[in-house]
Ligand binder design. Sequence first.
Ligand code: NAP
Length: 338
Amino acid sequence: MEQIGIGTSGLKSSRVGLGTWAIGGWMWGGTDEAQSIATIQSAIERGVTLIDTAPVYGFGRSEEIVGKALAEGGLRERAVIATKLGLNWKDGKVYRDSRPERIRQEVEASLRRLQTDVIDLYQVHWPDLETPIEDTARVLADLRREGKIRAIGVSNYSPAQMDTFRAAATLDAVQPPYNLFEREIEADVLPYAKENGLTVLSYGALCRGLLSGRITAETEFEGDDLRRSDPKFQQPRRNQYVAAMRELDALARARFGKSVLALAVRWVLDQGPTIALWGARRPDQLDPVKDIDGWQIDDDTRREIDAILNRCITDPVSPAFMAPPEKRPADMNTQAVG
Ligand code: NAP
């Protein structure tokens, strides 16, 4: 598996990372603990060393399962644990909270759930517009000095927000949405990361399954699965994305003998200093990991990919639907959870 450094932290990671949002169950129609543990252990065995999680994924469940999988498998030393801070919740409602006192609580709760004494990459999940960014950054710099975390990242931040953050603390990584269908960061965050030596953890590398090859116009989702309301999965738009996926699959097979899933992940890796976060909750979903290394997408194919996207997707939509509310509810200013 290809490797990449994370900012200036000295940490090294595989270029594919395992995403464990679905492993938490919440917003993905539930979770199966035994399958999830097997998936995490299988990822490490396949050379996928970075495991991305967050407290909010299943309200602690994803972190607990990651901690259990690594501890039971004796795999902690081989893993790069990337988790997050800055989203709090009450009665299933999520809100942004990166106040210093909350971060101090969160880091201890995450260390406990993850069964470790250090978090490798600690990322602010969403910018908290009601807390000065410098205050958040300074606590993270302190946590690094104290040895509780090794590298610092932000997620869903703009370049201006990252400038403010970097005036108070060294930043190693940024985690934005990025895949063949969601390319907004090419205008700002990606060039910013390249210029400033940040590693980009691209989330939703498979566009929540739309680039896996499995989704059709008929695919149905169960329970609280977010794809029941994700605008890309609603008709008539879903047909456009499925049509693009089919054409991309045909192109990948004809040119490289690969599937659309492998093309989608390889494409992310060929765009810059990236790690592709690939969400999986069953070990067999990681079988195509073997198809990612050892090839590259040439410029001609890149142009054909763009032509397919432009032709098929006439009504594109961004992943903005996932953003938590910007304002904290008034009664949650003193709330401590976690
Ligand atoms: P994703 O990686 O784009 O897609 C995951 C989906 O792909 C799942 O639905 C899974 O299917 C499907 N899949 C995976 N491997 C497959 C295979 N071999 N064959 C068929 N289908 C396959 O979505 P994601 O989980 O949203 O994003 C990846 C990670 O990025 C997350 O887990 C999380 O760690 C991170 N993330 C971060 C943020 C943030 O705000 N920082 C936001 C979103 C995601 P099933 O449904 O069938 O299991």
